[in-house]
Design a binder for this molecule. Structure first.
Ligand code: CO8
Length: 254
């Protein structure tokens, strides 16, 4: 087993567990992750995923040992790592809680999540250029959209690692916390998100993601239609009624 999965209420915490290789991401880990999370994604009782690693490494990249012997024909025939798209497409919010190394595919995995919370010892990087290749699980595309061309080129062309405070400054991560607070902070944020109505949460992340793919006026029109549609939900009625009654809303995801 390459994963340790624990469900606490509406939050599912997934710990990558290949300590002997700093959680290097191989095809088996990818398959295990997608197979474990797909049914949970469809479960209305699950409101947030937390993806995490060890204190030393979130993930030190794609598994170089597994990749090194492959030919271009192998890569094409297997469509190597296409399964990560299924992870990115999960609709339940995904929080990456990153301590230690998040390099190459590890940084890309964190960027596939909706938010990254970093421990103060976290290090992010896209060092693929040092191996004679380039990021291949979305790094050239997501990093550029998240932090802009200047920093993306700097990281991808030099392979330089950045620390947590630089990652926060350039907008790659949402929050930085002391390493011994990481699990608690991620758990609290996940619980908060999972406590809101799943329809509204799903709609909100869908609209934010749309901003990375579309022009402003199309994006605003899209947002407005989604906003209108949420008025068909019980959660909207409950949320606004609870506000007027000065009590905490109880969302049902309907
Ligand atoms: N793959 C396989 N094994 C790894 C990896 C990895 N990515 N990273 C570390 N390991 C192994 C090491 O080989 C070592 O094993 P052993 O004890 O048997 O020698 C063990 O983990 C511990 O690592 P180190 O001894 O190197 O630990 P250090 O603390 O000295 O260094 C580092 C930690 C800096 C993280 C170092 O291990 C390192 O540089 N790792 C590689 C980082 C890297 O280059 N990552 C990018 C990989 S390429 C990638 O992600 C491309 C994704 C695109 C694929 C798309 C396909 C379509």
């Amino acid at each position: 087993m390459r994963l340790k999965i624990e469900r606490i209420g509406r939050v599912v915490r997934v710990r990558l567990h290949r300590p002997e290789v700093l959680n290097a991401l191989d095809a088996a880990l990818m398959t295990e992750l997608v197979e474990a999370l797909t049914p949970l994604d469809a479960d209305p009782g699950v409101g947030c995923f937390v993806i995490t690693g060890s204190e030393r490494a979130f993930a030190a990249g794609a598994d170089i040992t597994e990749m090194s012997g492959k030919s271009a024909a192998d890569m094409l025939a297997e469509d190597y790592f296409a399964g990560w798209e299924a992870f990115a497409a999960l609709r339940t919010p995904k929080l990456a809680a990153v301590a230690g190394y998040a390099l190459g595919g590890g940084c890309e995995l964190a960027m596939m999540c909706d938010m990254i919370i970093a421990a103060d010892n976290a290090k992010f990087g896209q060092p693929e250029i040092t191996l004679g290749v380039i990021p291949g699980i979305g790094g050239t595309q997501r990093l550029t959209r998240l932090v802009g061309k200047a920093k993306a080129m700097d990281m991808i062309l030099t392979g330089r690692l950045i620390d947590a405070s630089e990652a926060e400054r350039i907008g790659l991560v949402s929050r930085v916390v002391p390493a011994d607070r990481l699990a608690d902070e991620a758990g609290e944020v996940a619980e908060q998100i999972a406590g809101f109505g799943k329809l509204a949460v799903t709609a909100a992340r869908d609209c934010v993601d749309r901003a990375l793919e579309t022009g402003l006026s199309d994006g605003i029109r899209y947002e407005r239609r989604v906003f209108h549609a949420l008025f068909a939900t019980e959660d909207q009625k409950e949320g606004m009624r609870a506000f007027k009654e000065k009590r905490k809303a109880v969302f049902t995801g309907k």
